[in-house]
Design a protein around this ligand. Sequence first.
Ligand SMILES: C[S@@+](CC[C@H](N)C(=O)[O-])C[C@H]1O[C@@H](n2cnc3c(N)ncnc32)[C@H](O)[C@@H]1O
Length: 193
Amino acid sequence: MQDQVFNNIPVPYNSILAATRKLSFDMASDLQTGALLRTLVASKPGGKMLELGTGSGLSTSWILQGMDHNAHLTTIENNAQLHEVATKHLSDRRAAFVLTDGYQWLKDYKGEKFDFIFADAMPGKYDLFEEAFSLLNHGGIYFIDDMLPQPNWPEGHAERVENFIAMLDQRTDVMLTKLNWSTGIIIVTKNEK
Ligand SMILES: C[S@@+](CC[C@H](N)C(=O)[O-])C[C@H]1O[C@@H](n2cnc3c(N)ncnc32)[C@H](O)[C@@H]1O
């Protein structure tokens, strides 16, 4: 099996990639993660999706492609330049691109819960995890990448990752699968305690 062959890459992907490179943004997800996001999101017709950390919109382009007409995505980013690239290339009636601080957003959000969360920023992953996880419906999917050592990890991050995985492993309200694939992915479903 050749897992580096991707069918039907989202149309805006390459122009977003060019803009991403111009900004020297090096935290975008790869094609494997994008393809898996698309597949999982497609399993939630009419679902409510949340992305924490839009970046320039590369992962968002896959998520949008996986969503059906009735699904909705809220995606949060605090960097205005990156938010602008994403909104310019991905304007879509099914998506709300929110330029705000994810910490504040997670503390303030009182709306409907989500069926799928891609937690790709510090808030909602290493910080305020409980707040983000409480926004997930039962049977919903919490998805994270970058769980294998990455060249851009700051000092001390490896220990944080280890502690975070240990915390997930100890929970009784989740079923999770770890994939040593792409940048290291964990797929978590939320279940009754
Ligand atoms: C790993 S990158 C996201 C990459 C994107 N999801 C992708 O795969 O292409 C993390 C993003 O979170 C954003 N971010 C960091 N701190 C944040 C905060 N407090 N609130 C909102 N966004 C934040 C960064 O600007 C960055 O774009």
